[in-house]
Design a binder for this molecule. Structure first.
Ligand code: G3H
Ligand code: 13P
Ligand code: ZN
Length: 330
C-alpha cells in the first residue's frame, strides 16, 4: 500500500471547495508520458494553478502504473524545483469497476472516478457506494457520474448522449457519498464532438456546435447548492491546430469542440473540474507533423518532442488563464 500522502499529493476536497467558492475550475489534464507531464506542470507552475493529473485505464496500460505513480511523485518535486509549489492531485479517469479503483487507491492515487454511468441507476449507486466506502478509509476522494456523454469513454462507447436528470442528483449524491459529480449537459469526448448535421456554419464555413444545456446545469446547482460538479469532454478542438495537422499530411475531418466562451461560463458556476485531453493530443500532433515536414532529416525524438511539449504547455497555460480561471489560485 502506498498512500498518496507519501508522494506529496493532495485529494480534491480543499481544491474543489476553493474553486466552487472562487468561481473557477481546476484543470484536469490527461497524461501518458513524460513530455505531457512536463508540459502540464510547467504550465501550471507558470500560471500558479492547482492541477489534477489524470490517468485513464489506457494510460496505465500504455505507461505502466508504477512509472506513472513515480512520475506523479516526481511532478510534485519538479514543480517545487521550477520555483512554485502547486497542489497536485493524481486522479484515475473513468474507472470502470471497483477493482481498478482499489488498485489505484492502494497505489498512490489521491482521487478516483468510478464511472457507473452506463449501468442502470441502482447498479450505478451500488458500485459507486462500494468505491466510496473503500476510498474514504484512505482519504481518497471519489467522482461519480450520472448521465451519459456521447462519444467514446474508454471501453464504453455511448452513441447518444443522455443528459443528467436533475431530479436524480440529490438521491444519487446522498446514497453514494461521492465527493464530486460528473454530469452530461452536451459535452462529448474526442475531437469530433458533434456530427456536422448537428451544427450550423458561420460565414467562414466553420462548424458551430449546438449550445450546452446550461438550463440543466442550473437546475442541478439548485438541487445541490455548492456541490462540486465535473465536466468531461471539454476540449475546444482549436481549428488552428487542426489546420496545421491537415496542412502537414494529416486528415482530420469535421473536428469540432466546445467553444471556450461556454467553458468560461461553466467554470464560473458549480463546475469545478474541467477535463481536457483531446486538445493536448491535437497540439502535440500538430507540432510534431509540422516539425517533421520542415525537418525531414531529423530523427532524434528530442528534436520533435521538445516543440510538441512547448506547444502543449502554451495551450494549457492559456486555458488556465483565459478559460478555466484557475491561474493564481495555487
Ligand atoms: O475520456 C477519455 C480520455 O480522453 C482518455 O482517453 O482512454 O484514450 O487514454 P484514453
Ligand atoms: P476531451 O476528449 O474533450 O479532451 O475530454 C477528455 C475527458 O473527458 C477525459 O476524461
Ligand atoms: Zn472523460
Amino acid at each position: 500500500m502506498t498512500s498518496y500522502k507519501e508522494l506529496g499529493l493532495v485529494n480534491t476536497t480543499e481544491m474543489f471547495a476553493k474553486a466552487v467558492k472562487g468561481g473557477y475550475a481546476i484543470p484536469a489534464y490527461n497524461f501518458n508520458n513524460m513530455e505531457q507531464m512536463q508540459a502540464i506542470i510547467q504550465a501550471c507552475v507558470e500560471t500558479k494553478s492547482p492541477v489534477i493529473l489524470q490517468v485513464s485505464a489506457g494510460a496505465r496500460k500504455y505507461a505502466n502504473g508504477t512509472l506513472l505513480r513515480n512520475m506523479a511523485k516526481g511532478a510534485v518535486e519538479y514543480a517545487k524545483e521550477l520555483g512554485y509549489e502547486i497542489p497536485v492531485v493524481l486522479h484515475l479517469d473513468h474507472g470502470a469497476d471497483f477493482e481498478i479503483c482499489k488498485e489505484c487507491i492502494d497505489n498512490g492515487f489521491s482521487s478516483v472516478m468510478i464511472d457507473g454511468s452506463h449501468h442502470p441507476y441502482d447498479k450505478n449507486i451500488e458500485l459507486t457506494r462500494k468505491v466510496v466506502d473503500y476510498a474514504h478509509k484512505y482519504g481518497v476522494t471519489v467522482e461519480g457520474e450520472l448521465g451519459v456523454l456521447a462519444g467514446i469513454e474508454d471501453d464504453v462507447v455511448a452513441e447518444k448522449s443522455t443528459y443528467t436528470q436533475p431530479e436524480e442528483v440529490i438521491d444519487f449524491v446522498s446514497k453514494t457519498g461521492v465527493d464530486s459529480l460528473a454530469i452530461s449537459i452536451g459535452t462529448s469526448h474526442g475531437a469530433n464532438k458533434f456530427k456536422p448535421a448537428q451544427c450550423t456554419k458561420n460565414a467562414d464555413g466553420v462548424l458551430i456546435p449546438p449550445p450546452l444545456r446550461f438550463d440543466i446545469l442550473e437546475e442541478i446547482e439548485k438541487q445541490l447548492p455548492g456541490f462540486p460538479i465535473v465536466l468531461h469532454g471539454s476540449s475546444s478542438v482549436p481549428q488552428d491546430q487542426v489546420k496545421i495537422i491537415n496542412e502537414n499530411g494529416g486528415a482530420i475531418q469535421d473536428a469540432v469542440g466546445i467553444p471556450e466562451s461556454e467553458l468560461r461560463k461553466a467554470a464560473k458556476s458549480a463546475v469545478c473540474k474541467i477535463n481536457i485531453d483531446s486538445d493536448g493530443r491535437l497540439a502535440m500532433t500538430a507540432a510534431i507533423r509540422k516539425h517533421m515536414a520542415e525537418n525531414p532529416g531529423h530523427f532524434d525524438p528530442r528534436q520533435y518532442l521538445a516543440p510538441a511539449r512547448d506547444s502543449l504547455k502554451a495551450i494549457y497555460s492559456a486555458k488556465n488563464v483565459n478559460v478555466l480561471g484557475s491561474a493564481n489560485h495555487a
